[in-house]
Write a protein that binds this ligand. Sequence first.
Ligand code: GN1
Ligand code: MG
Length: 368
Amino acid sequence: MKSAKIAREFNVDGWLVSATSLSQGNVNDTYLVIFRTVFSEEKIVLQRINRNVFREPEKLMENMHTVTTYAHERLIAEHEKSDRIWQLPRVIPAKDGRDFVIDKDGEYWRAITRIASAHSYDSVRDADHAHEVGAVLGNFHHIISELPGERLYDTLPGFHITPRYLEQLDKVLENPEAHERLKSSQVAGNIMKFIDARRDFVSVLEDAKARGELSLRTIHGDPKTANIMIDDATMKGTAIIDLDTVKPGLVHYDFGDCLRSCCNPAGEECQDISKIYFDLDLCQALVHGYKEQAHGFMTDAERYYLYDSVRLITFELMMRFFSDYLAGDRYFKVRYDGQNLLRARVQMQLCRSIEARESQIRRTLAIL
Ligand code: GN1
Ligand code: MG
């Protein structure tokens, strides 16, 4: 098996026992690899980087190296003051010393340590879980808040620049096949109407950035519930994983995405649209957990746009799934036809629910 052969090229002690594909993730291919020695066992995560999405894998790995090295030092320095050991995966070097292995097809592979005795969940379980999701993101932001964004490459230009996704959607629709997909589905037509009614809203964060009200920080880029590791023993948050999209960006992209994901208890892949709503109790729990760990690094201007960020990132993900459906599923991996349309529909419903609860959400966010 290719993954096992590649795994042996990384610097891990022991005999390779298995390399099992994990179905998680919409972009990269992920494997759990087990190595054993006479005395112990090491489980690592092996990933093939999706080059269709990440065009410059070497820069991506350099970012990951910079961020983890920086964050590990800070986590160790701060651990005496903390109520727990916070963790973050480490990049495992290849035997040749590089942070990746290139296979004979030119595909890039990387290995990272696995957070042991902990799990992540595709959707949130209860308010305590939401609190921990917020705590993990808050701690991550606190730890990296002084890492200058300029030390990182922008590995995904345009990522979370919402107006660009609207432009892309309009461009996709110039293709007759995409246009046909739009015309042949009532659901697609409804999503398009929903988008058309909100065209002015897409630039809310970019405009604030252009006016100098918001500036770039180092962000995680994908702090969804499924990327938050919860300690099996204590049920407390312990780490954030999936460091692919750590790069300069607005803190709002993270904050909005985390709430979008965590406050939808039915999850992103739910097939029953009537179950999709934005849960205010989960929101409150998440915001409290975040506040406890973030140590108030945000400016007033940043706080001012937090509600918009929740609505916008939900709207943006809806557009991203929808464009991809219309374009013929070129970006997000799908397991069945129409999966991206369903995902877009879930986010549309969530966005509606966020809009309907605007005043309550704003009240909750005011504690930050
Ligand atoms: C993708 O591959 P995964 O599941 O970590 C996507 C995120 C979306 C997320 C939605 C690089 O993340 O932006 O929010 O799906 N990552 C990229 O589940 O596009
Ligand atoms: Mg990701």
